[in-house]
Design a binder for this molecule. Structure first.
Ligand code: OSB
Ligand code: MG
Length: 368
C-alpha cells in the first residue's frame, strides 16, 4: 500500500457509569483514532491505552507522542508497505504496544477494505457470532454490585466478570453468586492487587465455581502465579503479564496460568494476538478476548479476533450501550448473549465523523 496521509483524531467519550478497578476510576475514554488513507482505501484503528499509566506503562499522551515522533515517520521513511510489514518496520521502538496496535489496525483495515476481505476471514475466524460477557467495576456497596450484576444478566449477558481488590473480594463474589445463581458464568479480575501472602485468602474463592481468576499478582511475577495455580482450584488467567508471544511461552512453560486473556493493545496488534492464540491452541490452553472499554472501532477488531477457534470463553466485548450513550460507529447490539461478527471488508464498521467532530476532536494530519 502507498500511504497518502495519516490522521490522528483525539477526543473524550464519557462512560455511562464510572469504571473502578483496583488501580483507579475511569469516567471517560481518552480516545486516539488512527486514520490512514492509501491509494486504494481508508482504514481506521483505535488506540486503547489508558489516560494514566496505571494498567500498564502506556498512557495516551505518550502513545500520541510516539505515533507522531517515531511510528508515523518510520512508516513514511519505509515507503509502500503491507500491514504484515508494520511490526518489522517499527521494531526499533521498544514496547509502546498500544500505539503500535492502533496503527497496525488502521493499516489492516485499509488493506482488507482494498482487498474486499473481512477481518474475520483474514484472521481465520470460524464463528459468525461470539459469546460475550461484561466486566463490572468495583461499586460503592455490595448491594450496588448485586443490583448491577442482576441488570446485566437481565440484558442477556451469560458471563460476568467482577473486579476485586483486597477488602472487596470473597463476600461480594458470594453475594453475586447467590443472586445470579449457578447458571451464570462468573469470573474475577484483581489487576495485580494481591501478593503471595494472600493466596490462602484467595483460595476461599474456590467455593464459587468461578471460570477463572485474572491477574492476582504483579505482571512480571510469573512464579507467584505458578504457586497460586498449584494451591487453588480456580483456574489462574493472565492479562497484564501477557505482553508478547515470548512472555506467553514462558508463562505456559512455568504453568503460571491455564487460561490466557488476549488484548490486541497489550500485545502490539492483531497479528501478534493471532500468534498468541495459535500458541495457546497448540498447548491446549483456552484464550478469551479482553477489553479496554473500546469504542466501536476497537470492538470490531475484538469481535473478529474472538471469532478464532481457540477463543472458547466469552470475551470482555460488551454491547456499545454498556459503555457509551452513543458509540462513534454503528452501535454494537447484543443478540441473545452474543455479538454478530461483521462480514463486510476490513473491520466492518464506519466511523461517524460528524459525531466525532461534535465531541470536539482534534485532528493532526501527517504527510510523507
Ligand atoms: O483488566 O481487563 C482489564 C479495562 C481497562 C483496563 C483493564 C481492564 C479493563 C476491563 C474492561 O476489564 C473490559 C471491557 O472493555 O469491557
Ligand atoms: Mg484484566
Amino acid at each position: 500500500m502507498k500511504i497518502n496521509h495519516i490522521e490522528l483524531l483525539r477526543f473524550q467519550l464519557p462512560l455511562v457509569r464510572p469504571f473502578r478497578t483496583s488501580f483507579g476510576t475511569q469516567n471517560h475514554r481518552d480516545v486516539i483514532l488512527v486514520r490512514v488513507e492509501t491509494d486504494a482505501a481508508e482504514g481506521w484503528g483505535e488506540c486503547v491505552v489508558g489516560v494514566d499509566p496505571f494498567y500498564n506503562e502506556e498512557y495516551t499522551d505518550a502513545a500520541y507522542g510516539v505515533l507522531v515522533r517515531w511510528l508515523i515517520p518510520m512508516v513514511f521513511a519505509h515507503g509502500p508497505l503491507a500491514a504484515e510489514d508494520f511490526a518489522g518496520v517499527v521494531s526499533n521502538v521498544v514496547g509502546n504496544k498500544g500505539a503500535k496496535a492502533a496503527f497496525e489496525m488502521a493499516l489492516l483495515d485499509a488493506q482488507l477494505r482494498a482487498d474486499g476481505v473481512s477481518l474475520t476471514t483474514y484472521l481465520g475466524g470460524t464463528r459468525t457470532a461470539v459469546p460475550v460477557g461484561v466486566s463490572i467495576g468495583i461499586t460503592p456497596t455490595v448491594d450496588d454490585l448485586v443490583a448491577v450484576s442482576q441488570g446485566y444478566v437481565a440484558d442477556g449477558y451469560a458471563r460476568l466478570k467482577l473486579k476485586i481488590e483486597p477488602g472487596f473480594d470473597v463476600e461480594p463474589v458470594r453475594r453475586v453468586r447467590e443472586a445470579v445463581g449457578d447458571s451464570v458464568m462468573l469470573q474475577v479480575d484483581a489487576n495485580a492487587a494481591y501478593t503471595e501472602a494472600d493466596i490462602d485468602h484467595l483460595a476461599q474463592l474456590d467455593e464459587f465455581n468461578l471460570l477463572l481468576i485474572e491477574q492476582p499478582f504483579e505482571p512480571d511475577d510469573l512464579l507467584t502465579h505458578a504457586t497460586m495455580a498449584k494451591r487453588v482450584s480456580t483456574p489462574v488467567c493472565l492479562d497484564e503479564s501477557i505482553v508478547s508471544l515470548g512472555a506467553t511461552r514462558t508463562a505456559l512453560e512455568l504453568a503460571a496460568c491455564s487460561v490466557v486473556n488476549v488484548k490486541v493493545g497489550r500485545v502490539g496488534g492483531l497479528l501478534a494476538s493471532r500468534d498468541i492464540h495459535d500458541l495457546c491452541a497448540a498447548h491446549g490452553v483456552p484464550v478469551w478476548c479482553g477489553g479496554m472499554l473500546e469504542t466501536g472501532v476497537g470492538r470490531a477488531a475484538n469481535v473478529a479476533l474472538a471469532s478464532l477457534p481457540n477463543f472458547t470463553l466469552p470475551g470482555d466485548i460488551s454491547a456499545s450501550a454498556r459503555y457509551f450513550d452513543r458509540d462513534i460507529t454503528e452501535p454494537w447490539v447484543l443478540q441473545g448473549s452474543s455479538l454478530a461478527v461483521p462480514t463486510t471488508p476490513g473491520l466492518g464498521v464506519n466511523v461517524d465523523e460528524a459525531f466525532v467532530a461534535s465531541l470536539g476532536a482534534t485532528r493532526g494530519l501527517f504527510r510523507p
